[in-house]
Design a protein around this ligand. Sequence first.
Ligand code: SF4
Ligand code: SF4
Length: 116
Amino acid sequence: MSLDKPSVSYVCQRCGNCCRWPGDVIVTPEEIGLIAKHLDVSETEFIENYTRLSANRKHLSIIDKENGSCLFLEGLNNCKIQSVKPDQCKGFPNKWRFDGWRDVCEAIEVQGIEEN
Ligand code: SF4
Ligand code: SF4
């Protein structure tokens, strides 16, 4: 989606709410390699055990837990694959946003460019 205030960016407060938001967490082929290595499993094992087809059936997405949160969310706000998390996770909310994001995201608005 288009970003409404290009001169404004958001500093993540690590609330973990975006990791609980139901929906796809897309992983690219390169990210699959990095995450599989981080988890010490083969890429095939990672794909079979940790991913599903995205809603549009064009990509692979990390599996959701029954409550809709990401499989790799531990506790309130700890990402089990933080050092190799997908670009989708790094880019929210400065590079992309979902409808209603401001109601759940606790990021603080600042002037200038920020990334998670
Ligand atoms: S991979 Fe990590 S940062 Fe991304 S949604 Fe899952 S828990 Fe959150
Ligand atoms: S991006 Fe927003 S919703 Fe996600 S952890 Fe940071 S403050 Fe919370």
